[in-house]
Design a protein around this ligand. Structure first.
Ligand code: LRH
Length: 493
């Protein structure tokens, strides 16, 4: 039989793509059909996503999918970054422009929220790590605005796109788990939290699980794309990290993963959440995965540091080629200066090379004096953060780690993979780079009855995708010393 064909729309913080997935027994092939930039726009009230441009990118990608398959797409799935949302008014129209999670309007808002729901209680309910941009803080920062008063429905970004594709309204549960309005234990919304913040508790639409139907394409979408009006849209694990973890090619349960893109999401897959005070203080999150699994992880600032450096260098007319920068970093002297990638000043867009130099100055370390030295500092600091987070996760969850799977775009970065293996003292399996899109396709294929449980999806990935192996090497004592140097900045870890 010919393989079944699925279209996956995957929206990332810097670009979106539509890929075609071909699935058959022992066959899983991805083809990128369309890639488009995701360029945030600053207005007087803050930093926004250009959701219409992104939606147009999805439509154009689906049009290519129709052309290249003669319209034989079995279903469509959408995933994106977490946390952010659009608000619909009572007519179903989008109110304003969705905000970017890196916008500063949430600065200080957590204190207001914690005066009504204390941080310990919020963690015991939601299991969510404290990030200043969690949906609950974004909503609280807008309390009392005309927009919040007019809002009737909150749709997370992938759910908004599904609404525009199909007209249906729902909230996919893996992404709902990143709002801090969702119960980590029961897997249900907690509208009472909105109520306690004087926000409308009925903003939250009914939940949908990965694999559920999300309707069929609206007539005008079908007409534009050339896909049939009956084309199903399937709910996938719409949080990109949840989709990426579906496609981690692990066989042994003692694995850890690092989903490495703009962020590094490093942690474990568990069967139940850890909601202890120790876990909260260590900054670990319990996000929902497919089949009721829990992603126990920490956000690490990730390749964002490097992306922002390259953006700054481009504006200054300096070289920005990634292979060249990484080659220079590889030749640069090791362990000159290390930073805590999660220092709050690195979160907002800005002059990242200067932010990193300022951090080094402030902590009495040599200031990186070339692009290569700076990239070395970033990559070593990320590897060190990977090690700290995975060791701490293993301890808090009492879970042995024998292998680290590094997936996502960062798995193409050989220096990062090698240094992560060295820092962790564990073998790293790198790839697939397109884990998120693969996870999106696999959940659609499972809904169509073509693949089985999580472990068989992972076996299919392991058997069909190209992976690279990095045994640990280097000098473990040098990493211990680097970690000790960071200890003051990482005390809360
Ligand atoms: C990665 C990601 C991550 C979230 C962040 C907002 O793309 O979804 O899991 O914490 O974006």
């Amino acid at each position: 039989a010919s393989p079944a064909l699925f279209a996956a729309a995957d929206l990332g913080a810097t670009s979106g793509r539509v890929v075609l997935g071909e699935v058959a027994p022992e066959r899983l092939v991805l083809t990128e059909l369309h890639r488009f930039a995701n360029t945030p726009v600053r207005l007087s009230d803050g930093l926004h996503w250009d959701v219409l441009a992104l939606f147009q990118g999805v439509l154009d990608g689906l049009r290519r999918a129709a052309r290249s398959t003669d319209g034989r797409i079995a279903s469509v799935g959408v995933d994106s970054w977490a946390v952010d949302y659009g608000l619909l008014d009572r007519d179903g129209a989008l109110l304003g422009h969705p905000f970017h999670y890196r916008d500063s309007r949430t600065d200080g808002v957590a204190d207001t929220v914690f005066s009504r729901i204390d941080a310990q209680e919020l963690y015991r309910i939601t299991g969510l790590q404290h990030l200043p941009f969690n949906t609950v803080f974004q909503l609280a920062s807008a309390a009392g605005t005309a927009q919040m008063d007019a809002a009737r429905t909150l749709l997370l970004v992938p759910d908004l796109f599904i609404h525009w594709l199909t007209g249906t309204v729902g909230a996919e549960e893996t992404n709902a788990s990143t709002t801090a309005l969702f119960d980590a234990r029961t897997g249900t919304w907690r509208p009472d939290l909105l109520d306690r913040l004087s926000l409308a508790p009925d903003l939250l639409p009914p939940l949908r699980a990965p694999g559920d139907s999300a309707g069929t394409l609206l007539p005008h979408v079908a007409a534009y794309t050339g896909l049939g009006t009956g084309t199903p849209v399937t709910t996938v694990a719409s949080h990109d990290t949840a989709s990426a973890v579906v496609a981690v090619p692990a066989a042994d349960p003692r694995f850890a993963y690092i989903s490495c893109g703009t962020w590094s999401l490093a942690g474990l897959e568990l069967n139940s959440p850890i909601l202890s005070e120790e876990s909260r203080k260590a900054g670990f999150t319990n996000e929902r995965g497919v089949d009721g699994t829990i992603r126990y992880l920490r956000n690490i600032m990730g390749m964002w540091l490097l992306e922002e450096c390259r953006r700054t260098w481009a504006a200054q007319g300096l070289p920005t080629g990634l292979p060249e920068l990484l080659a220079e970093a590889d030749r640069a002297r090791p362990f000159v200066s290390v930073v805590d990638p999660d220092a709050p000043e690195f979160l907002a867009p800005g002059d990242m090379p200067e932010q990193i130099r300022a951090y080094c100055r402030r902590t009495g370390q040599p200031v990186p004096d070339s692009q290569g030295a700076l990239v070395r500092c970033i990559v070593e600091s990320l590897a060190l953060a990977h090690r700290r987070v995975l060791r701490q996760a293993a301890r808090l969850a009492d879970h042995d780690i024998t292998q680290v799977h590094l997936v996502g775009g960062g798995s193409r970065n050989e220096l990062l993979c090698r240094l992560t293996a060295d820092a962790c003292g564990l073998p790293v399996v790198a790839g697939p780079a397109e884990a998120t899109a693969l996870g999106n396709v696999l959940v659609q294929a499972r809904a169509a009855g073509l693949v089985g449980d999580l472990s068989s999806m992972r076996r299919l990935v392991a058997d069909t995708q190209q992976l690279r192996h990095y045994p640990p090497g280097g000098d473990p004592a040098a990493w211990d010393a680097a970690e000790a140097r960071l200890a003051p900045a990482g005390e809360d870890l």
